[in-house]
Structures are given as structure tokens and as C-alpha cells.
Design a binder for this molecule. Sequence first.
Ligand SMILES: Nc1ncnc2c1ncn2[C@@H]1O[C@H](COP(=O)(O)OP(=O)(O)OP(=O)(O)O)[C@@H](O)[C@H]1O
Ligand SMILES: [Mg+2]
Length: 287
Amino acid sequence: MKTSPSIPSQFHGPGASIEVTDVSKTFQRRGEHLRVLDRISLEAAAGEFVSIIGPSGCGKSTLFNILAGLESADGGKVKVNDAVATGASEHFAYKPQKDLLFPWRRVLDNATLGLEVQGMKKKEARQLVEPLIEKFGLTGFEHCYPYELSGGMRQRVALLRTVVQGRQIVLLDEPFGALDYLTRTELQLWLSSMWEQFRWTVVLVTHDVPEALLLSDRVYVLGNRPANVCCVLDVDLPRPRGLECIGTPRFAELEEVLLNNLRDPDKAHRFTSIGSAQSIVDGDVDG
Ligand SMILES: Nc1ncnc2c1ncn2[C@@H]1O[C@H](COP(=O)(O)OP(=O)(O)OP(=O)(O)O)[C@@H](O)[C@H]1O
Ligand SMILES: [Mg+2]
């Protein structure tokens, strides 16, 4: 895919590096403490794509809410480009778990919303968004309302609204979770090619192991609540990746590592960057 000269420069990466160290969170609910995050640590270099997978309810969205400044952490540190980030929302473009399109706003107006919230005039915001409509597969639908779109198109509008903000780090919380298999696969490949082209720093939450492997440089597996990182897997599959990589033996090896860690996080190997996936499967790497 060639870069069109009309694509705004703020849209291009590489993004910033992020380092999350020992972030913890406990909610107070009806007089009870619910410890959700237990010293989570992870990192992404500028322009890297990392994924987080973990059981439902373990705290993945809570972590994103903390990074986006919507919740506060009880402890730990977040650094962006090596500087401590406090109330870090200016660094992050966040696509929450639901697409959150406003039903009364047309595609273009939904896509410009994040920029408008940042204080940009609508006309200026449209000038940034319009050149990207084609790349996001929305040509001809600019003036449609969300109810007139397919699920995949709604997700693309929400992604467009997220990345056009030109923030340094893109947080995507299960962007394709609600889609059928074919649409999901198509969007995974599309996101992969967009990332290859623009090199934002991306942190993706997903329940879909093949999706994490297809897209990521590294995958963090979280255990049950209170969540901690129970495995770190470097994904050494060659890029660019297409569907053909899903059928390779290496893909199957890495998939097995992730599934084993998800099934039994207590036996997982902590902080193990993988030279050989097989050694993890066999359990002969120090935990
Ligand atoms: N604002 C809140 N107040 C109290 N409890 C909360 C709050 N937000 C989340 N929780 C609780 O924290 C836990 C983790 O929630 P979270 O949404 O982060 O999970 P998740 O890993 O994203 O799950 P899923 O994969 O199902 O999206 C849940 O038990 C949830 O009920
Ligand atoms: Mg969630």
C-alpha cells in the first residue's frame, strides 16, 4: 500500500515507547475490596505492536482505563518515552471495548469526534479525517448513520476516530470481539497492513489467540484476578504476515504456549521471552 501525500503527517508513527511497572488497582464495592490488578508490568517500544490476553474479568479494560486516565492506579508507574506519565490521557488514543459511536452523528462526524473533544474546529477535523476515509474502507458511507453500517464498518469508524487523533500510543480493547469470523479476519489483516504502513505503537487487548499472534511483536498473558503477567511471548513470525502464517508449524507452537498459559496460569512461566517456544511447552525454562 502506498502512502498518499494527502494523509496528515500526525497520522504517521512511530509512536512513543510505553513502560508499565507494577501497576495495581483495587476497587471498593459495597464495603468490600476487589483487588483487580496485582503489579502488572509490560512494555512496548516505539512502533511496536503488543497484545494482552487473559481471562474475562481479570482487569484488562481496567488497565486501559488507568492508562487513558479514566481510572487511577493504587500503585506503580507508567512511563511514556522514558518520562513518568501522570494522568496520561494526552499520550493515548483509546478505543474502548464498545465502539461507542453516537447514533445521531454521521460517519464523518463520529470520526471527527475525538479531535473536536480535543478542541479542534469541526472543519479542520474534517480536513484530517477525509483523506483517511478510503483507507478505512468507508468511501460512499461518509454521510451514513451508524445503524446503516455493518459491524465491521462500525469498528473501522471507531478505529479511524481513535487513530486520527495522532496520539503516540493506540490502545485497542477487543476491537473485533463482536464480529463474525470472516469479518474479523479481514479486519485483522487490514489492521496489520495499516500498522505496517504507519507504525503506531499499539497495545491490543484480545481474547483471540490467533489474532494476538498474527498481529503482535509480543504477547502478554495475564492470569486470573487479581491479574499479574504470567507469560511474555515474543512472536518471531516473519513480517509482513498474512493468513498463510497461521498454517505454519511455528505459529502452532506459539499458539500452544499461549493456550497452555491461559489454561493454567499458575503453572505459567513468568517473564519468559521465548527463544524457543518448544522449551516452554516442555517446561524446561526457569519460571
Ligand atoms: N468501576 C468499577 N468499580 C468496581 N468494580 C469494577 C469497576 N470496573 C471494573 N470492575 C471490576 O473489575 C474486574 C475487572 O474488570 P475489567 O472490565 O477490567 O475486566 P476485563 O479483563 O476487561 O474483562 P473482559 O475480558 O470480560 O472484558 C471485574 O470484576 C469488574 O467487575
Ligand atoms: Mg474488558
